[in-house]
Design a protein around this ligand. Structure first.
Ligand code: PGA
Length: 249
């Protein structure tokens, strides 16, 4: 099965509903009809409904940036998979490094979220990535291997068509310091073989690169054999720049 490129925009904690409508509407017009590549937008929770409305009738998919693993309960401030499903959201980013670093999520919690998302029929976009200290210590592939294995524990091959991986080196996120295509390719290839070791169809699972992806570096990254797409933060907040990224050469 050929892997279709996927370009995902992670808007993080940015945007009023009016700004989200304008951004999603602009992208609906520019890239909403693409069939040869997938486009995913991940607005903040408060703009999910508005963005779903703005992309209705296009091929753009809307994702949440996080969720709790339980369906309901006394979890103040949390959003459940059932609530996302109720809105019509069936994709979710999980284990982003900002969740891990700033909100204390570890592989065990991330794994509960991944298995919950899959059990609810959602597609999980599992993020992994090493810190600069871990890279400098030569530990990158170990760290990534642990995160992939930990995050996907209990996930079966029959669920693999709803798993997307995102390799996002922490030192490249929001820093303007992008991994070289060679650095990214090395890790992507390692992730693919880890997936195989876990009994998952690694060749069919999309692995996105994230970390300072911009219009001027996306083409080089997308030329790598094991890079199937991009998870884009800052450059996804502008119609022109994200359109150029989606329309990579
Ligand atoms: P960035 O963020 O493109 O702003 O570096 C990427 C991400 O965190 O997903």
């Amino acid at each position: 099965m050929a892997r279709k490129p996927i370009l995902a925009g992670n808007w993080k904690m940015h945007g009023s509903t009016a700004e989200a409508t304008a951004l999603a509407g602009g992208l609906a017009a520019s890239v909403g009809a693409h069939e040869d590549r997938g486009v995913i937008l991940a607005p903040p929770f408060t703009a999910l409904a508005t963005v779903l409305q703005a992309v209705r009738g296009t091929r753009i998919v809307v994702a949440a940036q996080n969720m709790h693993f339980e369906d309901k309960g006394a979890f103040t401030g949390e959003i459940s998979p059932a609530m996302l499903a109720d809105l019509g959201v069936d994709h979710v980013i999980l284990g982003h490094s900002e969740r891990r670093e700033l909100f204390g999520e570890n592989d065990e919690v991330v794994n509960k979220k991944v298995t919950s998302a899959l059990a609810h029929g959602m597609t999980a976009i599992l993020c992994v990535g090493e810190t600069l200290a871990q890279r400098d210590a030569g530990d990158t592939l170990n760290v990534i291997g642990r995160q992939v294995e930990g995050g996907l524990r209990g996930v079966g091959a029959d669920q693999a068509d709803r798993v997307i991986l995102a390799y996002e080196p922490v030192w490249a996120i929001g820093t303007g310091r992008v991994a070289t295509p060679e650095q990214a390719q090395e890790v992507h290839a390692a992730i693919r073989s880890t997936l195989g070791r876990l009994g998952l169809p690694g060749d069919d699972i999309a692995i996105l690169y994230g970390g300072s992806v911009k219009p001027d570096n996306v083409d080089g990254l997308m030329a790598c054999a094991d890079i199937d797409g991009a998870l884009v933060g800052g450059a996804s907040l502008d119609v022109e720049s994200f359109t150029r990224i989606v329309d990579f050469q």
